[in-house]
Design a protein around this ligand. Structure first.
Ligand code: UDP
Ligand code: MG
Length: 429
C-alpha cells in the first residue's frame, strides 16, 4: 500500500532537515512525500533541496502576500491542495516541527493490511517544549489508548493515518476536505478529525511513533489570546514607531500620545498588522481626552470628531485618569468637527472604547455596540481602567455586537466540549 505524506512547511530552518531525514529513514519505503511550502525564506528552501533527489519527494512552493497569511488556515489550505495531487491509498500529515520514528509508516500500514475494517489509526506522541535556543525545556506523552469516536483535541495533526477512500465521503458531505476558515487556526486538525469521525473511529497504536516540538515561533504560541481583528483604537508599537488602528487602517501617531501607564502601546505579531493599510498620520489620535483651556472643558476625540464632556464629573465617571488628559491648542481643537455630547445623564451618552460591566461580564463599547470581551483579551490589549457598572436601562441603550474573544475560542464554540475533556489531556493542533 502506498502512503501519501503531506508536509506543510514555513520557515523552520532549524527543524526541517530532521523532519525530512525522518522520512527518508523510514523502514517502510513505499511512500510519496508532498512538501507544501508556504513561501519560506531561502534558508529553509536550501535545507529542503538536497532531499529532492529522492524521486518520492515533491516540493510545491507557494507565494503568498503577507496580508493574506491570516485569511485562511494556511496549513489546511495547503493540505487541501495536496489532497488533489496524492496517489497513495493511505494518507498522513506532517508539520515542519515533528519527526516520525523510523518504523512509523511500517507499523501503521501493518494495521491497515491486516484489518480491512479499520479506516483510521493514530499513535502515541511525545510532545517536547523547546526554548528560543532550541533547548528542550520539558516533555510529555499524549497517549493513544482507546478507540476514539471523538478524536478532536485528543490526537495531534501528525499522529494519524487514514484510508484515502474517506476523503471523497468527506468532500461529498462538507464540500471540502480540511476546513480553512481562519477561526480554526488553532484547531484545524480537530475540525478535520470531527469530519473523519463522522465516518469512522480512530484505532489506537500504543507506541510513540512521532515526536513534535513546540517552539516559541509556533503559531500557537504567538497567537494565544489574539482575536482575529485588532480592536479599533488599539495603539501598537512597530519598529520604534507608534500606530493606531482606526476603521481598519493603521495611522502613525506621535509618541507623546503614548505613556507607559494609561495609554500603553502593545506589541502584536507582525502578521496581525499586515492586513491593515497604512494611512495618514493622526495629529490627535482617537479615544483621547483633550482640553484647550487648562481643564475647564474637556473633549473626547472619537472617529476624528470632538465630543464635549458635559462636565468634569462625566470625565471622572467614565474612568479617565488625569494622566491621560492632554492639553492641545485651541486652533488644533477647532480642526475637529463636533460630535455628540458625552454624559451619563439625563441621556446616557458614553464614549466608545470604554469597558463596562453588565452582570458577570465585561463589555467594550465599540462603534456604539456593546461587545462582550474576555479577561485575557482585556489584558492583552492593555486596558487599564475599572469597568463601569451598567444599569439595565443603560445596557439596553446599545445593541450587542460580536464578542471579542481569542481566535481559538471562536472555533471551540463549534464543538461540544463535554465529549472531549474526559481525559484531561492538553489540546493539540
Ligand atoms: N504554516 C504554514 N503557513 C504559515 C504558518 C504556518 O503553512 O504561514 C504551517 C507550518 O509550516 C506548520 C503548521 O502550519 O506545518 C503549523 O504551524 P506552527 O507549527 O507554527 O503552529 P503550531 O504548532 O503552534 O500550531
Ligand atoms: Mg507546530
Amino acid at each position: 500500500m502506498k502512503v501519501s505524506v503531506i508536509l506543510t512547511s514555513y520557515n523552520k530552518p532549524d527543524f526541517i532537515d530532521r523532519v525530512l531525514r525522518s522520512m527518508v529513514e523510514q523502514t517502510y519505503q513505499h511512500w510519496e512525500l508532498l512538501i507544501m511550502d508556504d513561501g519560506s525564506e531561502q534558508e529553509t528552501i536550501q535545507k529542503i533541496e538536497p532531499f529532492l533527489d529522492d524521486e518520492r519527494i515533491q516540493l510545491y512552493s507557494h507565494q503568498i502576500h503577507p496580508a493574506n497569511r491570516l485569511t485562511t488556515v494556511r496549513y489546511a489550505t495547503l493540505i487541501n491542495e495536496a489532497l488533489t495531487r496524492i496517489t497513495g491509498e493511505l494518507v498522513c500529515y506532517l508539520t515542519d516541527d515533528t519527526v516520525y520514528r523510523k518504523d512509523r509508516l511500517e507499523k501503521m500500514v501493518d494495521v491497515f493490511q491486516s484489518n480491512p475494517d479499520i479506516d483510521i489509526v493514530y499513535s502515541s506522541q511525545r510532545v517536547v517544549q523547546v526554548n528560543q535556543h532550541s533547548m528542550e525545556t520539558g516533555s510529555f506523552v499524549r497517549e493513544a489508548e482507546q478507540v476514539l469516536e471523538h478524536a478532536s483535541f485528543q490526537v495531534d495533526h501528525c499522529s494519524v493515518m487514514h484510508r484515502r477512500r474517506l476523503l471523497s465521503l468527506i468532500h461529498d458531505q462538507y464540500g471540502q476536505y480540511w476546513a480553512d476558515d481562519p477561526k480554526h487556526w488553532h484547531h484545524g486538525d480537530s475540525v478535520f478529525w470531527k469530519r473523519l469521525n463522522h465516518f469512522a473511529a480512530f484505532f489506537p497504536l500504543k507506541e510513540i511513533l512521532d515526536i513534535t516540538y513546540k517552539t516559541p515561533q509556533s503559531f500557537h504560541h504567538m497567537f494565544s489570546s489574539m482575536p482575529y481583528d485588532l480592536i479599533d483604537g488599539t495603539v501598537i508599537e512597530k519598529g520604534g514607531d507608534y500606530y493606531q488602528i482606526a476603521h481598519g487602517y493603521l495611522h502613525r501617531i506621535d509618541r507623546r500620545w503614548v505613556n507607559g501607564k494609561n495609554r500603553r502601546a502593545i506589541r502584536v505579531p507582525s502578521l496581525c498588522t499586515m492586513k491593515y493599510e497604512i494611512r495618514e498620520m493622526l495629529t490627535v489620535p482617537n479615544d483621547t481626552v483633550v482640553t484647550a483651556d487648562y481643564g475647564k472643558t474637556f473633549y473626547y476625540i472619537e472617529h476624528q470628531k470632538k465630543r464635549r464632556f458635559a462636565s468634569k464629573r462625566d470625565v471622572q465617571y467614565f474612568q479617565f485618569h488625569p494622566n491621560e488628559i492632554y492639553t492641545i491648542s485651541n486652533e488644533q481643537l477647532e480642526t475637529f468637527e463636533d460630535g455628540s455630547i458625552i454624559q451619563v445623564s439625563p441621556v446616557f451618552s458614553p464614549p466608545n472604547r470604554r469597558l463596562f460591566k453588565w452582570k458577570q461580564d465585561i463589555y467594550l463599547l465599540v462603534h456604539d455596540t456593546f461587545c462582550r470581551i474576555v479577561p485575557e483579551v482585556v489584558k492583552l490589549f492593555a486596558f487599564y481602567h475599572q469597568p463601569i457598572k451598567l444599569y439595565p436601562s443603560q445596557f439596553a441603550f446599545f445593541p450587542e455586537g460580536k464578542p471579542i474573544v481569542p481566535l481559538y475560542m471562536e472555533s471551540l464554540q463549534e464543538f461540544d466540549m463535554s465529549l472531549y475533556q474526559t481525559s484531561g489531556r492538553k489540546y493539540s493542533s
